[in-house]
Design a binder for this molecule. Structure first.
Ligand code: GRF
Length: 199
């Protein structure tokens, strides 16, 4: 049985697209059953609709507080019988309450080689630090931001003359390979095994 996956987005959704494309293979161990965006204008919603995947907008601005927003999110995920949540450019911090409800079942992709450079504008952080290598990380989400067990990483060189944009593009190309691979391992073998075979 393929694992039922929800992808949470806020923007372009190029990682979502990579997951959609990978999940089209008949032997891919996960299927994307819904895409949820907190931003009504997220382009990723169009990508999902184009592939006939259910889309939902849960606009955080329409909720009184974070708990109410997360409750709506939780209900939507439970109703869709989701087994794995993939954060893919989802720009809301999830509270410990929500993360613990879905403990060990939320993955995130982050555009740095964690534990280096957490938070926002991480490509600029990497340039400012003068590192010669950066990359991307898929990890299990825990209540601490950009923390949690690492499932996989891919590195890229930082080149002379790089800007945050050129470095982001180079990293994104790797993200699009890494996320489908990590989700497949996680869906197939579960958390412990995915960690043991971390790439
Ligand atoms: C990616 O760089 C991802 O690592 C970060 O947000 C960006 C999302 O890009 N968390 P996209 O929406 O998947 O194109």
């Amino acid at each position: 049985m393929k694992k039922r996956v929800a992808v949470l987005i806020s923007g372009s959704g190029s990682n979502l697209q990579a997951l959609i494309d990978a999940a089209q293979a008949p032997d891919y161990p996960a299927e994307i059953v819904c895409v949820i965006s907190n931003r009504p204008a997220a382009y990723g919603l169009k990508r999902a609709a184009h592939h006939n995947i259910d889309t939902h907008i849960i606009d955080h601005k329409l909720f009184e507080n974070r708990d109410a927003f997360e409750q709506a999110l939780h209900e939507k995920l439970a109703a869709a019988k989701v087994e794995i949540i993939c954060l893919a450019g989802f720009m809301r911090i999830l509270t410990a309450g929500f993360v613990n409800q879905w403990a060990g079942r939320i993955l995130n992709i982050h555009p740095s080689l964690l534990p280096a450079f957490k938070g926002l504008n991480v490509q600029q952080q990497a340039l400012d630090a003068g590192v010669k290598e950066s990359g991307c990380t898929v990890h299990v989400v825990t209540p601490d931001l950009d923390d949690g067990p690492i499932i996989g990483q891919r590195a890229v060189p930082v080149k002379a003359g790089d800007t945050a944009e050129t470095l982001s593009e180079r990293i994104l190309r790797e993200e699009h390979m890494l996320y489908p691979q990590c989700l497949a391992r996680f869906a197939l073998n579960g958390l412990e095994a995915a960690l043991k075979t971390a790439s």
